[in-house]
Design a protein around this ligand. Structure first.
Ligand SMILES: [Zn+2]
Length: 367
């Protein structure tokens, strides 16, 4: 049983300071005479969200590997100490369901393994299948997760020397339909124009990265309510990816650089069109864990501070089916000493992190 807590501050997205009480792991009405006061002047965000996070994924010289339980736990705690208390895990070769048994790690929405086309992805990272096996494999991974499943919709094709869709449209449509029949939401990795147009046509629930979104597809996404997790933190690596492929695949390199040069403009159009956009970092790839606060700051390029904070906190939590800080809800929140509505970079310096009503980190800056 945790000790009761009290603080006085602005509980975002509210606008005025008030008293706030926690007991037995939950938000309560109060007052509680015996409560420990954490702060008398602070700003509180419902636990941050990293909606594109690969827990248990690591790199090896030949591709990707599943990390040991110790290393997997370290990733989860690095996220937590940065204030991330809810993760949508976006495909991992590691078995990570044991993390759900622990009280000291973020809550995780699992996606099973992500599904990629044979020899069209980073080796060892995803389950690789051919198109005729795709719908059944996507369904299998949907059953292995807790509400979401993910696949790789485009990647470099050596013969074309460029990004191309990994799957025929019929396979994508059938795979999505099978997952929807299970009540599982579907998302996909996509950089290129053609693949994302086909995904949106097939009724996908969410798009990862989305650099290839055109005005027409943006309008369709907005009308359908399709969500977007751009992972700006990883998009900033596009020049590096272009350089890696450049000598052998000049068309690919030029395409990646074109997408990169336009990415803030493209994502800004998505925001302006009303597409719900959420914070995800792609942690576990070349991106390290604990970067969600930085992604929130980058999302501030697309819209208001209020939008960016919601995208990495309360709005993302609602989208993933988790409560915010209403009475009776789990006490998962992050405390800041300065107002992130004034300067978003405040989210990079949590004063303390409270998970399930317990102070799990305090005083440190985000990693
Ligand atoms: Zn990813």
């Amino acid at each position: 049983m945790s000790e009761p807590l009290h603080l006085k501050g602005v509980i975002l997205p509210e606008t005025e300071p008030r008293d706030f009480w926690v007991a037995d792991g939950c938000v309560v009405e109060g007052p509680i005479a015996a409560a420990t006061t954490l702060s008398e002047q602070c700003w509180v965000l419902p636990g941050l969200v990293d909606a594109h996070d690969h827990i248990g994924l690591g790199a090896s010289p030949t591709g990707a590997v599943a990390l040991s339980p110790e290393e997997t736990l370290r990733q989860a705690l690095t996220d937590r100490d940065a204030g991330v208390l809810l993760i949508r895990e976006n495909g991992t070769p590691a078995q990570t369901r044991w993390l759900d048994e622990r009280d000291d790690v973020p809550r995780i929405v699992h996606s099973g393994r992500h599904v990629a086309r044979t020899r069209r992805y980073v080796r060892g990272m995803a389950v690789e299948v051919d198109p005729e096996e795709f719908p059944a494999e996507l369904e299998r991974q949907a059953r292995a997760g807790t509400g979401w499943v993910k696949f790789v919709a485009d990647w470099i094709e050596r013969d074309a020397g460029d990004l191309t869709p990994c799957w025929p449209a019929w396979a994508v449509a059938e795979g999505i339909e099978r997952c929807h029949a299970l009540g599982v939401r579907v998302t996909a990795h996509t950089f290129s124009e053609q693949a994302v147009a086909e995904l949106v046509d097939a009724g996908i629930d969410c798009v990862e990265h989305g650099t290839g979104l055109t005005d027409e597809v943006i309008a369709k996404m907005a009308a359908q309510g399709t969500t977007l997790v751009p992972t700006i933190t990883n998009l900033e690596n596009f020049p590096h990816y272009a350089e890696q492929g450049g000598a052998k695949f000049p068309r690919y390199a030029a395409h990646m650089m074109d997408l990169y040069r336009r990415h803030i403009e493209t994502l800004g159009k998505c925001h302006d069109a009303g597409i719900p956009i959420f914070c995800g970092t792609d942690a576990g790839t070349v991106v390290l864990h604990g970067k969600a606060p930085g992604e929130i700051v980058k999302l501030g390029k697309l819209g208001s501070h209020e939008f960016a904070l919601g995208a990495g906190s309360w709005a993302a939590r609602t989208w993933l089916g988790q409560p915010n800080l209403e009475v009776g809800a789990p006490a998962d929140f992050v405390v800041y000493e300065s107002d992130p509505r004034v300067d978003l970079r405040a989210v990079e310096h949590p004063a303390c992190v409270v998970l399930r009503g317990v102070v799990v980190a305090s005083g440190g800056a985000a990693h």
